[in-house]
Design a protein around this ligand. Structure first.
Ligand SMILES: Nc1ncnc2c1ncn2[C@@H]1O[C@H](COP(=O)(O)OP(=O)(O)O)[C@@H](O)[C@H]1O
Ligand SMILES: [Mg+2]
Length: 321
């Protein structure tokens, strides 16, 4: 099996993302899988209706792999990276996860819209419309309130605003300085203050989970913000919500984050290329291996299907003769 990882940093960089890509490379070696890492900029996208077997990498036609695993923010890194993912999937390459799903989960509003449509519990969420009608926001969501940038990651664009006056001040600042910014307002789930759950889902199964606990008394439990992580055994309800969330968002590799709620759990967000450095440190689960195995199973199932079809055709031929 040949797997291409799309990554837009130096592999030797000290970031968690680069560490994780190196984990894929070493685990691939152990499993006899040919893993190659490409920067999206190495591709050239040439669309024609004849060639479905190769794609240009560093200017050279290169045969397509069995699987592609995007491991970078293809949205942030611009139109080009997303177009690379689209081209690969249009050429029929299997991909964990596809471009439409990556786009959907990078947009927090779109994610909550899709989940609410399918009756998955999510905090009440509202898209900001300037000028902000503060009374309307207070009536529907109330204070304290969580304010998030639409496309934020790693907790950097998430704020807890205590009351009407602070909210009014912040909104007038934003209106004057960045009137084009997209924000969402969300009900603050007090029970989950500084704590959340990360369930890692691979092709319909929860393979590892952890609880994240903020170290600084703050309300955000992002690992990248220094939260402590501990292994967690999710109950049936948490598992079911995570698996259904991944299914609805069409994510085969997903980090589903749950908040504790009075009625059980509510979905905070979904990640389409979830980090796993923290998760592996507290669970001992081998995440790259779980992902590669799921890919192998997919391919195996396709071959089995083809054999069944071939056998059935054989039977028909026999009956006919
Ligand atoms: N509605 C909420 N109520 C309580 N805590 C929240 C809420 N939304 C987010 N948080 C906390 O803030 C963290 C970051 O929010 P999140 O939406 O996951 O943004 P990011 O994509 O930047 O990680 C979460 O992990 C959670 O601990
Ligand atoms: Mg998050």
């Amino acid at each position: 099996m040949e797997v291409w990882i799309l990554f837009n940093e130096e592999i030797e960089s000290s970031s968690a993302e680069a560490f994780e890509v190196r984990r894929f490379l070493s685990e691939g070696k152990e499993m006899g899988i040919d893993v190659k890492v490409f920067h999206p900029e190495q591709f050239d996208l040439l669309v024609d209706d004849e060639n479905k077997d190769t794609i240009l990498i560093d200017g050279k036609p290169t045969p397509l792999p069995d699987f592609v695993l995007p491991r970078c923010y293809v949205i942030d890194s611009g139109y080009f990276s997303l177009a690379v993912v689209r081209q690969l999937e249009r050429m029929g390459v299997r991909i964990f996860n596809d471009s439409a799903s990556i786009e959907m989960v990078s947009d927090k509003m779109h994610t909550h819209q899709a989940l609410a449509e399918s009756n998955i519990p999510t905090p009440t969420t509202m898209l900001a419309k300037f000028p902000i009608d503060i009374d309307l926001v207070e009536r529907h969501i109330g204070f304290p309130i969580v304010v998030k940038t639409l496309l934020g990651v790693n907790g950097t664009g998430v704020f807890l605003i205590d009351n009407h006056d602070s909210f009014a001040d912040l909104m007038s600042l934003i209106e004057q300085t960045s009137p084009n910014i997209q924000l969402i307002f969300q009900k603050y789930i007090a029970m989950s203050h500084g704590r959340d759950l990360r369930l890692f889902v691979v092709d319909g199964e929860v393979v590892a989970s952890m609880e994240r606990r903020a170290n600084d008394g703050g309300f955000k439990a992002n690992y990248t913000q220094g939260a402590k992580v501990v292994q967690f055994n999710p109950d049936e309800e948490a598992r079911e919500i995570a698996i259904r969330t991944a299914e609805i968002l069409n994510l085969q590799v997903a980090g589903i984050d749950l908040l504790y709620d009075q009625n059980g759990y509510t979905v905070c967000e979904a990640n389409s290329f979830p980090g796993f450095k923290g998760l592996e440190s507290c669970t001992k689960v081998n995440i790259p291996q779980a992902i590669f195995k799921a890919m192998q199973q997919r391919i195996g199932a396709e071959y089995a299907d083809q054999n069944v079809t071939a056998l059935a055709a054989n039977d028909v031929a026999k009956i006919a003769s």
